[in-house]
Design a protein around this ligand. Structure first.
Ligand SMILES: *[C@@H]1O[C@H](CO)[C@@H](O)[C@H](O)[C@H]1NC(C)=O
Ligand SMILES: *[C@@H]1O[C@H](CO)[C@@H](O)[C@H](O)[C@H]1NC(C)=O
Ligand SMILES: *[C@@H]1O[C@H](CO)[C@@H](O)[C@H](O)[C@H]1NC(C)=O
Length: 241
């Protein structure tokens, strides 16, 4: 009886010891894995840095080359190590990105405004808030196209004005046709005569085929229009498609 109990006790103890040994072995394995992962990470980072440096210089060369010829509107996508590794995991699901292009974009927010009583006109003077590519030349109130093509153009203006209607026009000036002008889009809102209720946003957008050197400009056909000058209330932008 006593002998059997002692035997069972020894077996149980042995079990516990084996379990502990397995746990310790596992922990050391995890530690080793963590060390390897860390090494891999630093190796990857240093590779990333050299790759990025190379790509940066290559990119700059490519850009000046592109600038001399045409098609300098679009920028080629960066192909850094992080994006490549991430992409590797999703490659089956994604189309090939090699040589894919970033769309040229320009988003403008108000910097100031000017108003003209004779022309019954208010114009916003814009500053760049976001952009990429070299497709547009921005001069205060207007944007000049650097290439022919299709463009998506949008604008929003928030009015706090008691004039019965308020709104904006997106105008196109065509220098190749003796500065002929064309209204691309028009946005109109009825306003309340009560100042407390006279808040209205006007948003409008569209796709247009424009030519190199064409100028676009937002006009508010009212003298001294009361416009909200904050960047989240009044803005305009253009994107080459
Ligand atoms: C590389 O790609 C990653 C992920 O897209 C991005 O966060 C990082 O800014 C990129 N580095 C450079 C230098 O473009
Ligand atoms: C068109 O407008 C621009 C800028 O205002 C001006 O310099 C140019 O002389 C004008 N061209 C014609 C044909 O009127
Ligand atoms: C423009 O309107 C504001 C009030 O909205 C007024 O205080 C200001 O005098 C006006 N400016 C001109 C030049 O009429």
């Amino acid at each position: 009886m006593n002998g059997a109990a002692l035997y069972l006790g020894t077996v149980a103890l042995l079990g516990v010891v084996i379990c502990l040994a397995a746990l310790i072995w596992q922990a050391s394995l995890v530690q080793q894995l963590q060390r390897e992962l860390k090494g891999l990470k630093t190796e990857l980072q240093s590779r990333d840095a050299t790759q990025q440096h190379r790509q940066h210089t290559e990119g700059a060369r490519q850009q000046t080359k592109d600038g001399k010829h045409n098609g300098f509107c679009h920028q080629h996508e960066d192909n850094n190590w992080t994006t490549r590794i991430l992409r590797g995991r999703r490659q089956a699901a994604l189309p090939k990105h090699r040589g894919s292009r970033k769309p040229p974009i320009l988003h403008l927010i108000p910097a100031a405004y000017s108003t003209n009583e004779m022309l019954d006109l208010t114009e916003v003077i814009w500053k760049k808030s976001a952009g990429q590519g070299q497709c547009f030349e921005h001069h205060g109130k207007s944007v000049v196209m650097k290439e022919n093509g299709f463009y998506f153009i949008y604008s929003q203006v928030l009015f706090h004005d008691i004039t019965f209607t308020m709104g904006q026009l997106m105008m196109r000036t065509i220098p190749s046709k003796e500065n002929k002008t064309q209204i691309l889009f028009k946005c109109v809102q009825s306003m309340s005569a009560w100042e407390a209720y006279s808040h209205n946003s006007c948003y409008s957008a569209g796709v247009y085929e424009l030519q190199k050197e064409d100028v676009i400009q937002l006009l508010i056909p009212r003298f001294n229009a009361t416009v909200d000058m904050s960047s989240h209330a009044t803005f305009m932008g253009i994107m080459k498609l």
